[in-house]
Design a protein around this ligand. Sequence first.
Ligand code: NAD
Length: 449
Amino acid sequence: MNISIIGTGYVGLVTGVGLAELGNTVTCVDIDGARILSLNGGQVPFYEEGLKVLLSNNLEAERLSFTTDITNAVRTSSIVFIAVGTPSKQSGEADLSQIIQVAESIVECITDYKVIVLKSTVPVGTVEVICRILKQRIHEGKDFDIIVNPEFLREGKAIYDFFHPARIIIGGRSSKAIELMQQLYAPFLSPDFEESKRQFDEVKLGRNTPLIKTDIASAQMIKYSSNAFLATRISFINEIASICERLGANVKEVARGMGYDTRIGHEYMEAGIGFGGACLEKDLTALMKIGENYNYEPALLKAVLEKNEYQVRLLINKLKELTDSLLYHKTIAVFGLAFKAETSDVRNSVSLRIIEQLEKEGARIKAHDPVAIEEARKLKPAIQYCNDPYDAIDNAEALLILSDWSQYRELDFTSIKKRMKSPNIVDGRNVLDPGKMIDTGFRYKGIGV
Ligand code: NAD
């Protein structure tokens, strides 16, 4: 099928590359000309494991191209995905300006029937906003139909997630459009899709994926509710961690013991500095606003957010307990800058929030991250970045571990202790073994351990 994807960020690019790999002809559109130029040259704008090789393969096979020309891209496709950003407004509501801009751009280009697919996370009511814009010139059902097909990929595992979706959600009112979407996703649905149809074999496909055909409002609520639930799990286990600390229990053991219950599971049950990133907090606050706009007081969701904000203060307090409350002119080493391991995405990173607090208190920061230094530098140019974690800890009065890259576990902590001015560690992700750290001579604080 011929497909265009409007918005070539984390979601748009992964979707575009993935659909091309499945044999479709895909044109990705973005207003960022520099990004388009480098993508056409095979350069990926962010770190995502496995993405570069799939990008190069599909560019070479001429099934994938990148352009700023939305008109031509839309005209030549039967399915148009919208994957632009929906950031938070000051009020917490989703900002739909990028979506509206896309709707206004595509209305001019639609000359025959298109299925317009909302991949972006959008609140209930957005489809009506788009319809109003399109219906000024063209007709729903004859010229276009709209499908809501939310995305659930995890940054850092986005390629795996594209090829192994846990479920595919299709919200819509047109059976013709739903049928086309089913054809597009057929490789994931059937147990016997011919692998030989694919030119490359970088990743195996998920099979028998559940397909949920539903109404538009439910499809949108599935996405918001999923993210709110994941956020709730994180705040829940952080709450348990705070209680464990007071009792001398170990939250890692508690989560492990709970997780074997199939009703509970192990995922998103790691106590730490809380959730950050481009989605969880944004979608949680948007859902709270949706509730409030419909006269509902989302007390539980508010508590989830408050607990998350508390985790930053908790970490700074732990640091102060180890450094006699004074951070002024102290050198603090930070491991981890992105919002989690395996990604260079620093949007709404809790690590950067913590660094901001430390700077306010006059601390000097030396920071390491395996892949996110360049992105962090754009937001925080004044701190000292180190490409080698051992350089970051030289002369430091404390080390903060803020992301759970496995390489941090494997460092030589005997040598680290020798290089630090004071052997203090606050492990905001419970990456290290507390007993071993104490035996090595560190003053160690984790979260609930
Ligand atoms: P992003 O900011 O990385 O990418 C958005 C892209 O859209 C940018 O490259 C921007 O230049 C482009 N754009 C903006 N306006 C445009 C226009 N008028 N025409 C063409 N391009 C335009 O965003 P993202 O992280 O990929 O998220 C996109 C959507 O998917 C959001 O609604 C988000 O909530 C949702 N989502 C994100 C993730 C994730 O992990 N990042 C996961 C699931 C869902």
